[in-house]
Design a protein around this ligand. Structure first.
Ligand code: SF4
Length: 338
């Protein structure tokens, strides 16, 4: 949960997660959709799915107990060299390194290395790990990087390693490790079909019961959502269907094209909703949502029609929650005569 995410953000998710999945066994038995729903809002959903697969692998291949060596841990889905080293050293006392971003910075400065390769750093760290207290050693190095050997303002005068630090001696601290030039983030535009159905249930006119006319509530509008398949970003999550806008196509045309592909019986003109932008780790997406009123049930078998209030029944990414929010505003304002 802490990968790319701040501790304060993670704490409520972590507590909720442990309440829902208090053991490896409960996680291994969970449905993927429940796992994604519990993770909802944290982003990088591949992490949640891999955690589930890892729990299943532990149950099926290790009799339900987490393996204790870094080598075996690394065989589990989603566990790389750093996580395996951290768990094996801290939980099981194996003398292996755990090189995260903080440790990388400390070592690069300690040895005055401009751009050390990961293998080089692991080799250095392996030679330093205290065989008697490997977990404490790894945590201390991470903590030193996080609190003292900070990226921009290292607190060298209070650093316990100042006498050993080559970068400090050579006055190269600020250049170590060399910063990578950030690559420009590509941007895509996605037209989104927010299909709304007001059919079914009562016509709102009321019915007669024992001679008395009883007002019946108008049926709540239903919105069409589908589940993402394949193995890409947000696999398994639910969404208002979207399609990348082709060059020269225009967002409205793309949305109309997708509504046709979905077999929706569109009534009238779609209304454009507010733009929603979302920055993924490697991609910026501009969502152009269009609200369509549709008649009948044009859904395909992958989709579900849900009330806005019930969207919490399926896992939605933060971007989709933003689209639901701009939709809610328009529906509350009474479009189209709801
Ligand atoms: S002396 Fe400064 S640069 Fe060197 S390890 Fe300590 S905080 Fe980092």
């Amino acid at each position: 949960m802490l990968q790319q995410t701040r501790v304060e953000t993670v704490i409520p998710y972590y507590k909720r997660w442990l309440q829902r999945f208090p053991s490896m066994e409960t996680l291994a038995e969970a449905r993927e959709e429940d796992v994604l729903l519990t993770w909802q809002g944290l982003g990088y959903y591949a992490r949640a799915r891999r955690l589930l697969w890892a729990a299943r692998a532990v149950r099926e291949e290790h009799g339900g107990s987490l393996p204790s060596s870094a080598a075996e841990l690394q065989e589990l889905p989603g566990v790389g060299e750093y996580t395996a080293g951290a768990v094996a050293s801290m939980a099981f006392g194996e003398a292996v390194p755990a090189v995260d971003g903080n440790v990388r910075r400390v070592l690069a400065r300690l040895y005055d290395l401009p751009s050390p390769a990961p293998a080089e750093l692991r080799k250095l760290a392996r030679g330093l790990v205290d065989p008697d207290r490997p977990g404490d050693f790894n945590q201390a190095l991470m903590e030193l990087g996080a609190t003292v050997c900070q990226p921009r303002s290292p607190l060298c005068p209070s650093c316990p390693l100042q006498e050993l630090c080559l970068a400090r001696a050579r006055d190269t601290v600020k250049e170590r490790p060399a910063r990578k030039t950030p690559r420009p983030v590509p941007q895509v535009e996605v037209a989104v079909v927010v299909a709304l159905q007001v059919s079914g249930g009562s016509d709102g006119a009321g019915s007669e019961e024992g001679g008395e006319v009883v007002e019946e509530a108008a049926p709540a509008p239903l919105f069409f959502l589908s589940q993402r398949s394949g193995s890409g970003l947000l696999e398994g999550m639910w969404e208002f269907p979207g399609t990348e806008v082709g060059s020269g196509e225009g967002a409205r045309n793309a949305a109309l094209r997708l509504a046709g592909e979905l077999g929706l019986h569109v009534v009238g003109e779609p209304r454009e909703l507010d733009l929603v932008t979302h920055l993924f780790s490697h991609l910026k997406v501009r969502y152009r949502p269009f609200l369509f009123q549709v008649g009948g049930s044009g859904q395909d078998e992958r989709g579900e029609w849900l009330e806005l209030e019930n969207l919490g029944r399926v896992p939605l990414s933060v971007a989709q929650l933003k689209i639901a929010e701009v939709t809610r505003k328009v529906v509350q304002d009474g479009w189209p005569g709801l």
